[in-house]
Write a protein that binds this ligand. Sequence first.
Ligand code: GLU
Length: 418
Amino acid sequence: MSAEANPFESLQEQIGEAAEFLDISEDELTWLQYPERTLEANLSVEMDDGSLERFPAYRSQFNGTRGPYKGGIRYHPGVTRDEVKALAGWMVYKCASVGIPYGGGKGGIKLDPSQYSTDELERITRSFAKELRPIIGEDKDIPAPDVNTGQREMNWIRDTYETLENTTEPGVVTGKAIESGGSEGRVEATGRSVMLTAREAFDHFDRDIAGATVAVQGFGNAGSVAARLLDDLGANIVAASDSSGGIYNESGFDTDALSSHKRTTGRVADFAESSDELTNEELLKLDVDLLIPAALENAIDADLAPEIQADIIVEAANGPLTPAADRQLSERDVAVFPDIIANAGGVVVSYFEWVQNRQRFFWSESKVNDELERIIVDAFEDLLETYETYDVSNYRTAMYIVAIERVLQAKEERGIWP
Ligand code: GLU
């Protein structure tokens, strides 16, 4: 195992690589690579037994040139300030890649949510919402779900914010439950854009997605939905994993049954249809047509890259490849379609939710899905066009070029203040 890559340095390297194709100054490059500000808080929260526990928490507002800061909040024991900064930066370039009017931000609390009661999680979430209150708002910074957070946490954040502000402002967070102002299609949106990106990629290479073999590392919200939607297109989901391990079946899983097994038991292991158990690392090395890393950062590093056998990788997680792994795979002509388009469905439907909240007018699920498809297909076309025009060697760099040009254009038009 090579030393773990720092995700913030990975982000800066990715921006730097794309910047080489553009006529931009050192000053502009620095501006693109650093967050505008990062809030660091220590939440002191009363536990059920009366003790007081401290939770480090962060919110990074990376770049607000194209609109309000936008991005999720994750709960994970591995959360660090640099990780949150990287995730915030990826949001900037993700929103620009798909052309939605947002900057980028991200938040996180360092904790393992499985160790706390629902009441404790509610107090922790409301405590963070109180810290965030002065810097969020539907025109300022709009949180959303990320790893280990969902509708429940968003509903609590919205309630805390609206109570303290004495207002109604549902668009202050997205990813809410439907009755609390959420959008149809939001829960499935990240997995849907992974499916759409994979579909477009196979189409681009003139390959049939029906019958293609697929391995999904991380069977959470993004991975499980992507698997189910790819299964609907006729792909064969032969392997899936989560933090408890992985399973393999060469004839492909019934992904509906696997999703419900995961929902009831909390893991993919011990699924009746599995013929073999395998580790996350073994899954990543499978000789499949399509590999979907859908867990956390740095899943594929320089040590693992030479052993990757898949031809196409579509990133459902944020930052699952280290830059060193990325370079090796690109030299071997493995086509990697980056997170900043592939998992953008989540933030795109968050945008739709925000628009619906502001208009107090709600869309049908089919309208949401159609609009999402249009945005991802257009972004994929922009990606291919730039890949060819700039003659770059990988799709990530091409997508960053598209995004950086948009961010810089907006900056140029606004000018610098003061
Ligand atoms: N957490 C998701 C992401 O990484 C969604 C963010 C959002 O909806 O604002 O893209």
